[in-house]
Design a protein around this ligand. Structure first.
Ligand code: GDG
Length: 469
C-alpha cells in the first residue's frame, strides 16, 4: 500500500498512550502503516502584534516508523482558528447547539489562514503516490487549499463529530463554502449512517449535487465518495490493558470499596455535548424513585478537563459542580456519597480497571459522533459476569450497539428507569447482551475502520478522478 500521510489538528507520539479518541485511533493507524503525521505542535509563538511564525518552521522528527511533522501557531491564529472557528463555531453547530455558536467573522478568517498555512507546509513533503488522510472539523478546507497549489494526490477526509441535518447546517454563515470544500476530497467519511444521510440530503438540496453512483456525489465539477465508516477501538489492546498491573490494582481497590454497593461509572471529557448534567439529574431521579438504590448505587464520574478557555466549558463545569453538590447534600450519608465527581484525567492504564469494576456504564451524550468510551467499557468486561451499558440513542455508537440499553438523555425518568433495569438485570441477560456487543466491536474495530477507509481511498474510481482533474 502507498504511504499514508495523516493530518490532524494535533499530533501525538504513536508509541505513547494518548487520551482522546482521535489521538488513540490515529496513533494505532500510523503504527500499523508507518508514514507521516502532520499537525500543530501544541505550541503558541508569541510575536509582534498579529505576528505569525514565518514559513519553513515545520519541525520534523522520527517516532518509531512514523515521521511527525509539527508546526507552531501564532497567538492570533490559535485564538481565531482553534478556539474561535473550530471550537466556538463548528463544534457547537455540528453538535446541534446553534445557541452556543459565536459567528465572529475574524474566526473564519483565521480558520482559512491556518488551513492555507497547513497546505503550504505539507505540499513539499508529499510524494505523488501518498494517500493523504485529513481528520476532523479543524481542517475541512485543507484539500481545497492543497488543490489550489496543484496537489493531485488522493485525499480523504474523516469527520469524527456528527454532521447535523441540512437545516441546522444551513444556519452556519458560509455553509455553502464549507460543504463545497468537501468536494476537493476523493473520499469523505462519516461516523454514522445518519450523518451520511444528512450529507446526502444537504448536497442534493443546497448544492444541486447529482448522485452518479452508490454513495457518489457530483457537484462543483468534482465527484466525491461519501459514506459512513464507523470508528472502532483496538479491542485486544484494551482487553490486554485490563489485565495490566495498574488496571488490576484499580479493579481490586474498587471491588473492595464497593463490595456491598453498586458501582456506576461515567468517563467523559467535560464537554457540553456529553450530557453530564442530564445524566446527574437522571441519577438523582433514580434515587428519588427507587429508594432501594439509596446507600447503595454510587456513580463515579470522571470528567477530564478540556477547552477551558472557551466560556461554554466554564459554564458546564459550574453547572455540574452545583448539581453534584446538591445531590450529595440531599442524599449523602456519613458512610455513603451518591456521586464521586473527579475533574481530572485518569491514567489510561487505570481506565479498564474502573470499567471492569462498574456494574453499569452511563454513556449518555446529547450528541456524539461515535463515543469510544461505550466500546471501551464493553471490551473491559469479564464475559462471565459483565456489566451493562446504558447508551444514548444520540451517540453514533447507538447505530451499532443495539444490545445496550438505549435511552433518550433528555428524558430524565426514562433514563432513570433504564439505569434501574441495568442495575437489576439477571446474569443471563447481561451475558447475552455483552456477547452480542463484544462481537460487534470486534468485527468493526479500529483496524477494520482504517482498512476500509484507506481501501476506499486507494480504489476510488480512477475515471471519476480523471473527469475531476
Ligand atoms: C471525538 C468525537 C469520537 C476520556 N477521559 C479520560 C480518557 N478518555 C479517553 C476515552 C476515549 C477518549 O478519551 C474519548 O473518546 P470519545 O469517543 O468518547 O470522545 P471525544 O474525545 O469527544 O472524541 C467522538 C472520537 O472523536 C473518535 O472518532 O468517538 O464522538 O467527539 O478513548 O477513554 N483517557 C484517559 N483519562 C481520562 O480521564 N486516559
Amino acid at each position: 500500500m502507498a504511504r499514508v500521510v495523516a493530518v490532524s489538528n494535533r499530533v501525538a507520539d504513536p508509541r505513547k498512550a494518548a487520551a482522546g479518541g482521535l489521538a488513540v485511533a490515529l496513533g494505532e493507524t500510523l503504527n500499523a502503516t508507518g508514514g507521516l503525521w502532520m499537525g500543530w505542535s501544541g505550541k503558541i509563538v508569541e510575536g509582534a502584534e498579529g505576528g505569525r511564525p514565518g514559513e519553513g518552521e515545520l519541525k520534523v522528527q522520527q517516532a518509531g516508523n512514523v515521521t511527525l511533522a509539527t508546526l507552531d501557531l501564532s497567538r492570533e491564529d490559535h485564538d481565531t482558528y482553534y478556539l474561535g472557528y473550530a471550537n466556538r463555531v463548528l463544534w457547537p453547530v455540528f453538535h446541534y447547539r446553534l445557541d452556543l455558536a459565536d459567528f465572529n467573522t475574524a474566526y473564519l478568517a483565521g480558520y482559512r489562514r491556518v488551513n492555507q498555512l497547513f497546505a503550504r507546509q505539507l505540499l513539499p513533503l508529499l510524494k505523488p503516490d501518498d494517500l493523504v488522510w485529513v481528520h476532523d472539523y479543524h481542517l475541512i478546507p485543507l484539500a481545497a487549499e492543497l488543490r489550489k497549489l496543484g496537489c493531485n494526490n488522493r485525499i480523504g477526509f474523516f469527520l469524527h463529530i456528527p454532521l447535523p441535518p441540512p437545516l441546522i447546517l444551513a444556519a452556519l454563515p458560509g455553509h455553502e463554502w464549507l460543504v463545497g470544500a468537501l468536494f476537493a476530497y476523493d473520499v469523505v467519511g462519516f461516523q454514522s449512517e445518519a450523518d451520511a444521510q444528512h450529507f446526502s440530503r444537504y448536497v442534493q438540496s443546497e448544492a444541486h449535487a447529482e448522485v452518479v453512483g452508490p454513495d457518489l456525489y457530483r457537484a462543483f465539477g468534482r465527484t466525491v465518495l461519501a459514506r459512513s465508516f464507523p470508528i472502532g477501538i483496538d479491542v485486544d489492546e484494551f482487553a490486554a490493558l485490563t489485565h495490566g498491573k495498574e488496571a488490576r490494582e484499580t479493579y481490586e481497590t474498587m471491588r473492595e470499596q464497593y463490595s456491598k454497593r453498586q458501582l456506576l461509572v461515567g468517563i467523559d471529557r467535560l464537554d457540553y455535548s456529553k450530557g453530564l448534567p442530564h445524566r446527574i439529574r437522571a441519577f438523582q431521579e433514580l434515587l428519588a424513585s427507587y429508594p432501594e438504590s439509596r446507600r447503595s448505587a454510587t456513580l463515579i464520574q470522571i470528567a477530564s478537563p478540556t477547552r477551558e478557555d472557551v466560556d461554554a466549558y466554564m459554564d458546564i463545569r459550574r453547572e455540574l459542580e452545583h448539581l453534584c453538590g446538591q445531590i450529595n447534600g440531599d442524599y449523602g450519608e456519613l458512610d455513603w456519597m451518591p456521586v464521586r465527581y473527579i475533574h481530572r484525567t485518569l491514567a489510561r492504564k487505570r481506565l479498564p480497571g474502573l470499567c471492569r469494576a462498574a456494574r453499569v456504564a452511563l454513556v449518555t451524550p446529547l450528541r456524539d459522533g461515535m463515543n469510544l468510551v461505550a466500546k471501551e467499557y464493553i471490551a473491559a468486561q469479564d464475559p462471565g459476569d459483565p456489566g451493562v451499558l446504558v447508551l444514548s440513542r444520540f451517540a453514533g455508537a447507538a447505530e451499532q450497539l443495539r444490545e445496550a440499553l438505549l435511552v433518550n438523555p433528555y428524558d430524565t425518568q426514562g433514563t432513570a428507569r433504564a439505569i434501574h433495569q441495568a442495575l437489576n438485570m439477571p446474569l443471563e441477560e447481561r451475558q447475552a447482551r455483552h456477547q452480542a456487543l463484544l462481537h460487534r466491536i470486534r468485527t468493526h474495530d479500529v483496524h477494520w475502520w482504517r482498512r476500509s477507509f484507506l481501501e476506499a481511498l486507494e480504489h476510488v474510481d480512477a475515471a471519476a478522478r480523471q473527469r475531476a482533474a
